[in-house]
Structures are given as C-alpha cells and as structure tokens.
Write a protein that binds this ligand. Structure first.
Ligand code: MLT
Ligand code: MN
Ligand code: ZN
Length: 301
C-alpha cells in the first residue's frame, strides 16, 4: 500500500495568508528554517494508478499539480483519483470537492452525519449535482472496500473531536461527526491509522492505534493555549477538537505509550513551533521518535 501526503498543514495552510506569527512571517522572509505546507489531505493506493483521496482540501488543484500519480494518464479526460473519502465536514477537508467538478461523478464515502452537513448547512452535494454530481456511500462502522481499489480495507473509528463551527452538530455532537480510519493492506497485512483531527484517546482509538504499523495523527497544536498565547484566537485546542502534543495526556505521551511503530504528525497549525526545524520542540519530537509530515511525503506499508 502506498500513501502520499498531499498536504500536511491545518486549516489556513502554512504560511497562512493573513498571518504574521513567528512561523508565518519567518518562512516568508526565510528567517525560520521551515517548509510551506498545504492543507491536510492524503492519497492511498495499492496499484499506484488508482487512488482514494482522503479529505478534499481547498488546495487540491495545487496538490494534484505536485503529484504525477494523480494526473490524467489514461484518457483525454482522466484522473488518478478513483474515489473521495471524508473524515469530517470541516472547510479545510471538504471544499476541494468543488474543484473536482469538471470530472466524472465522484464516488464519495463519508458518515451520515458528514453527509447531512454537506446537504444542508454547507450544501456542496446539491451544488455539485449541477456539475459532476456525487454518489454517496455511507461510511459506517463495518470495514469496507472501495470498488477499483483492490486489497485495501477501510475501517471508520468514531472520534471524540468537533463538528465544524457552521454545523448544527457543533453544539450537539453526533457519532460520525469526526472519524479516524484504520487503512489495512489485506495482502501485506500492514495498516495505517489516520486521524488528522483527534480530540481524545478513547478505547477504540487506542485499539486502532495498536493495530497499526504507522500512525498519522493530529499534530495541530503543541500547547493547548498556543493560539491564545500568541493573541491570535480565544480558542483552546480542545475547543477545536484537537489533542495538543504537550501535557500528561498529550499526543507525545499517547504515542510513547502506544510503543514502537512509525509515528507521524499531520495537520500542523501554522502557530505550532514544531514547524521550525531548528526549534527545541522539534528536537523533542525527534528524541521521541516522532516525525512531522511534509507535503509530498511517501509512506509504503
Ligand atoms: C480545524 O481542524 O479545527 C480546522 O482546521 C479549523 C478551520 O478549518 O478553520
Ligand atoms: Mn482542520
Ligand atoms: Zn501563522
């Protein structure tokens, strides 16, 4: 199974268009050693030709331009993207669907809760019905396979995180607002656990993490109050459904407890000091054997 990280930043990307924080200003000026990143999305394939796009970021067109495997290769109009899977209905994970409107009908896999947001509060599906259209397949708890993608099994794991600010579920959470995915190669027996928005470690999440050979998980914030400290927002990490890296129950402690396997952080917010490759926080991650995803990163399992 091949995995390509198309985008590794949180909502807003890095640098964020209107942000002058240390990281954003520093990467623009070249005074901070860091790499720009687009908003998070990955692609998964077994044969290298047909890919499942997992989350459709608003940066999808730039991501396709940077990724030959997704480009038209077999016909006058063609795409390496065979289907799209959504893990939540956040703007940074779904609005790229609009950019795929010139193509064929999109096989779209998401939970009933995400589908309800995309047909009401953020009606991308009704809008797209006037262009390519989407064919919804419910992503529920039983493992599923995607037609055309052989030997890969996808299992949704309900997460404790947050529905988007625009969603009626924001204050009334529903199971399925946010999921992680256990993605298994049924031939090699290897598995990836992917959860770019993970608010808390629950029993099922821990079990999925232990079953995986590679963890690609929420790296949004270093500190719970990072945005408040930098006077950029009044929201703490938990208000946004993200588990910060630091703290007794933080992501570094969680990954340490899960034990030896490949551990990679993704969905990094532009305020997070780990983006600075010379930072002490980045050195701490390295000491714990934790990698930071970058756009174009490839993982083979
Ligand atoms: C989040 O994950 O909380 C989002 O990136 C926020 C956003 O899209 O503005
Ligand atoms: Mn996000
Ligand atoms: Zn910034």
């Amino acid at each position: 199974m091949k995995i390509i990280v198309l985008g590794s930043a949180a909502g807003g990307g890095f640098p964020q268009w209107n942000c002058n924080c240390r990281n954003c200003a520093g990467v623009r000026k070249g005074t901070v050693r860091a790499t720009p990143r687009t908003q998070s999305s990955i692609a998964v394939s077994s044969n290298g030709d047909d890919w499942v796009l997992i989350n459709a970021s608003p940066d999808i067109l730039a991501q396709i331009r940077a990724t030959p495997a997704l480009q038209p290769a077999r016909a006058r109009r063609d795409s390496g993207i065979a289907a799209v899977m959504l893990l939540d209905a956040q703007i940074d994970h779904v609005t790229g669907l609009l950019m795929l409107r010139e193509g064929k009908r999109i096989p779209l896999y998401c939970t009933a809760s995400v589908w309800s947001d995309l047909t009401t509060a953020l009606p991308l599906a009704p809008v797209l019905s006037h262009y390519c259209g989407v064919a919804w397949h419910e992503l529920a708890l039983p493992p599923l396979q995607v037609p055309g993608i052989e030997h890969i099994r996808f299992t949704a794991i309900a997460l404790s995180s947050k529905a988007p600010p625009y969603s009626p579920h924001r204050q009334h959470p529903q199971t399925g607002d946010n999921i992680g995915l256990l993605i298994e190669d049924t031939v090699s027996g290897k598995a990836l656990f992917y959860a770019p928005g993970l608010g808390a470690l629950t029993g099922p999440v821990e079990a999925a993490m232990r079953a995986a050979d590679c963890l690609l998980v929420d790296g949004t914030f270093w500190h719970a109050d990072e945005m408040i400290e930098q006077e950029l927002s009044s929201k703490r990490a938990e208000d946004m459904g993200h588990l910060p890296q630091t703290g007794a129950q933080g992501m570094v402690a969680v990954l340490d407890a899960i034990g030896a396997r490949r551990k990679v952080l993704i969905h990094i917010n532009n305020t997070n000091p780990i983006l600075d490759e010379d930072s002490q926080q980045r050195a701490t991650l390295t000491k714990h054997g934790i990698e930071v995803a970058f756009d174009g990163m490839e993982i083979t399992l």
